[in-house]
Design a protein around this ligand. Sequence first.
Ligand SMILES: Nc1nc2c(ncn2[C@@H]2O[C@H](COP(=O)(O)OP(=O)(O)OP(=O)(O)O)[C@@H](O)[C@H]2O)c(=O)[nH]1
Length: 375
Amino acid sequence: MNSVQPIPVVVLAGFLGSGKTTLLNHLLGNRGGTRIGVVVNDFGSIEIDAMSVAGQVGDSMVSLGGGCLCCAVDGSELDAYLDKLAAPVHRIDVIVIEASGLAEPQEMVKMLIANENPAIRYGGLVQVVDAAEFDRTRAAHPETDRHLSVADLVVLNKTDRVDPAERARIEGEVAALCAPGTPLVGADHGRIDPELLFDRRPWTETRGQLSFEDLIAEAEEHDGRDPHADHAHARYESVEFTSDQALSPRRFIDFLDRRPAGLYRIKGFVWFGVPGYQERYEVHAVGRFLRFAPAPWGRGERRRTQLVLIGSGTDGPGLLRELDACREGSPEQAPPESMWGVLRYVAPADRGDDLAAEDDSPPEDGPVPEDGVPA
Ligand SMILES: Nc1nc2c(ncn2[C@@H]2O[C@H](COP(=O)(O)OP(=O)(O)OP(=O)(O)O)[C@@H](O)[C@H]2O)c(=O)[nH]1
């Protein structure tokens, strides 16, 4: 690849928790000699997703914080980031924008098509679908159907969480919602062939790409009303919690066990500071699904907890008060057993042997060794 050709800009979209960051990390980890520029657009000003992929992208990383790309960031700001990434000095082959899980992908595509920088070109819309949550997501968010209809490539992710018959049913439904011939690839932890995105003559050139006319028609639909009123995130609110004090694992698990149904997504990391469990515990909750992943702290990284909670109809200040009550002043005195509730939800995500538990699954008995892998 060389930098004379315009750099394709691929939009990675999908509902909250569908696996966009996981897929992006897979691409970054399997990019061979390809240089990928990344734009992460997170919901909430604590850029959890940016941190999840940071370290792998170095100075090519730019992050658009503060909310949804389509609303909070105007075209000129996006253009400025793209200009920066497209500078020849970076020798970038492909740019991937990870859209906020609540963004309207069409808005981003529109911005990219309108971009006047000759060094880049729109490279397609990849829609990530959570196979295990497909029916629920569709019922709660009818715009899912519209998003699928404009996708260039659909990744049916989390296929490990559905059986083959269920997978076949969902594949049929997804295919019926997509434009005819839209490629649909199944994936476990976002492990797709990176060639799907890095090919110089990709699927988007032959079919499926939104035409400008489609986009104008879309825009006209909005006429006379707030163009963002029907966006998914208009119905959502997010709150952020940060603590320099450790959290009590027991009180935090109790908080999670009691979390309201409208609290759709929790992500971030937690410091428990319990002797023997000094790692940084990444937490991901999607609906009733919950997982912790321990990882070492970065060199010199401050021990603390940062969480983003996204929900609808939830009492944000009330949630923050409950989290405040989880603070623990003397974590060094906590017994190791206090971690058991957390360790039930630890799975070695990167190894693929997914032991993540559903909230309502029976608890594992007994302690778990310090590597975090339940016995
Ligand atoms: N079982 C299973 N879990 C997965 C798979 N892919 C991702 N996950 C988990 O699902 C959770 C959400 O994944 P993310 O990659 O953060 O999802 P996202 O779409 O970036 O989420 P938002 O940033 O909230 O929109 C994490 O706990 C992942 O480890 C998969 O194929 N199977």
